[in-house]
Design a protein. Sequence first.
Length: 106
Amino acid sequence: MKIIVVCPGKLKDKWLKEGIDEYKKRLSRFAVLEFIEVADCPDSVPVNEALKREGELILSHIKPGEVVWAMDLKGELVTSEKMSEYLTKDIERGGGNLTCVIGGNR
């Protein structure tokens, strides 16, 4: 099983990198966890243009037919149990793979 996380920007904070490494270690018995960082746009780029550019870069890492979860602050809030149900169903549907997309912070 493989879980891929695609997100714009670089992971700069030490505490965040350490947290990701910890979860990679915890999940290693069950799945490979891969992070793909795409370039983010500077703040000087207008929001609509930045979202378009970052979206294109994110989409370039998604293959046709892949199961994709788009993370959204305004999305459905689910319990751990429900998340587990979704994960099991979508991993099976995706042939053992799942791609999670985290958008920019604009």
